[in-house]
Design a binder for this molecule. Structure first.
Ligand code: UGA
Length: 417
């Protein structure tokens, strides 16, 4: 594994669990040292146990020479963050290629999400180097489970790299999932199109939610009824305050940009992005409906992470909300079981609290941003109600028991209900 971030570490640990000897190389010496001591620097359920159990098969190193000597398949797992234009920044991928020298007996297996066409362009420049596209579909928070039980594995290769692709496919065979053998550009497109489609599903159901609020329907009921149609499917139909994370926002904009660069205006994705941005901001209107102007109002944000079971705050709705609320003059307090400290610099002047109750104490309103299970277990009718200055809740994930909260005297606002 070249690059031991979230993707590289999850993949390394899972391949080790399958019995392989894995070398994982990163340029950050501190990270390599702490991983060698068995310390996992991110919140991902099951991953620390996997790293510990497979310590004998996992070698963390900064030394590219050692990796090139020992391994034939080099999984490229470095970041490809968006640039200001929305294109993907491939400088880290280029650095990996540079570090390979002019090797001809290795294959790069591209796990990093790259623009469609990247593999072909690398192949042209690096004749003799094997190239296999092997996009990842892991979700943060369930990565280990997703790796071991994939819906499909995609392996893309062009002429000349077929033997390497056979070896990559063989690595995944024990998992028993369909293996999609295809060409490199199609493999790259499968990754971007899958994320863009899931984001489209979310923006679609969020618009249905917004219209349902006007027309008196309940989006949870609507999604349940729609999702049972196998052609639609029930997954990724949960309305909320918008999608975040390091993947959907980046990949939707990368695909839109990529289409634009080739002269095609991808109208649908333009709307998907716009709906998502507006969705994060609609919470402000819901708070104003109950509190009037938000100047000097105390607002508690429950959850900072872009979703539960991760400490990742990239593109999290909480960051936009905290900034917008402070822009309206509100005082913001936040609580997250694992992610708040990661975000402290991005939350403006928001007060970081050590517990949900501390955040709710004296608050004029609570906004549930991330559906951490502990928020459903709070004693809303008792202790929370008694501590809040006014009992107003905006449930940004339709996660709390609406009827119980209303019965306890809360002004409850969900999404699309
Ligand atoms: C996503 C994809 O689901 C993975 O398949 C992919 O490998 C990954 O991106 C990636 O490209 O690396 P991830 O970003 O970890 O995974 O998280 P998701 O579980 O997909 O959630 C993304 C966002 O959508 C979250 O903010 C979540 O709250 C939101 N969401 C999800 C909804 O608002 N509604 C839903 O029904 C589902």
């Amino acid at each position: 594994m070249i690059g031991v971030g979230w993707v590289g570490l999850c993949t390394a640990a899972c391949f080790a669990e399958l019995g392989h000897e894995v070398y994982a190389r990163d340029i950050l010496a501190d990270k390599v040292e702490s991983l060698t001591r068995g310390e996992v620097p991110m919140h991902e359920p099951g991953l620390p146990e996997l790293v510990e159990r497979n310590a004998g098969r996992l070698t963390f190193t900064t030394d590219m020479g050692e990796v090139l000597e020992r391994a034939e398949l080099l999984f490229c797992c470095v970041d490809t963050p968006p640039t200001y234009s929305g294109d993907a920044d491939l400088s880290r991928v280029e650095a990996v290629l540079g570090a390979l020298g002019d090797s001809t007996h290795h294959a790069i297996v591209m796990k990093s999400t790259v623009p469609v066409g990247t593999g072909i362009s690398i192949g042209r420049r690096r004749e003799g180097l094997g190239y296999v596209a092997n996009p990842e579909f892991l979700k943060e928070g369930t990565a280990v489970e997703d790796f071991m039980n994939p819906d499909r594995v995609v392996v893309g290769a062009n002429d000349g790299s077929g033997a390497f692709a056979d070896r990559v496919a063989a690595l995944y065979e024990p998992l028993g999932a369909p293996i999609v053998r295809t060409d490199v550009a199609s493999a790259e497109m499968i990754k971007l199109a899958s994320n863009a489609f899931l984001a489209t599903k979310i923006s679609f159901i969020n618009e249905i939610a917004n219209v349902s609020e006007e027309l008196g329907a309940d989006v949870k009921e609507v999604a349940r009824g729609m999702g049972l149609d196998e052609r639609i499917g029930g997954k990724f139909l949960q309305a909320g305050i918008g999608y975040g994370g390091s993947c959907f926002p980046k990949d939707v904009s990368a695909l839109k940009q990529l289409a634009g660069n080739s002269g095609y205006h991808f109208q649908l994705l333009t709307a998907v992005i716009e709906v998502n941005e507006l969705q994060k901001r609609r919470t402000i209107g819901k708070l104003q409906k109950h509190l009037g102007p938000l100047v000097n109002r105390e607002v508690a944000l429950l959850g900072v992470a872009f979703k539960p079971d991760t400490d990742d705050v990239r593109e999290a709705a909480s960051l936009v909300l905290a900034a917008r609320l402070q822009g309206e003059g509100a005082n913001v307090r936040v609580y997250d079981p694992v992610a708040a400290t990661n975000a402290s610099e991005m939350l403006g002047g928001a007060r970081i609290c050590g517990s949900a109750l501390e955040a709710l104490d004296g608050a004029h309103a609570a906004v549930l941003v991330t559906e951490w299970p502990e928020f459903a277990e709070l004693d809303w009718a008792g202790e929370v109600g008694a501590r809040m200055a006014t009992p107003v809740v905006v449930d940004g994930r339709n996660f709390l028991d609406r009827d119980a909260l209303r019965a306890a005297g809360f002004a409850y606002e969900g999404i699309g209900r």
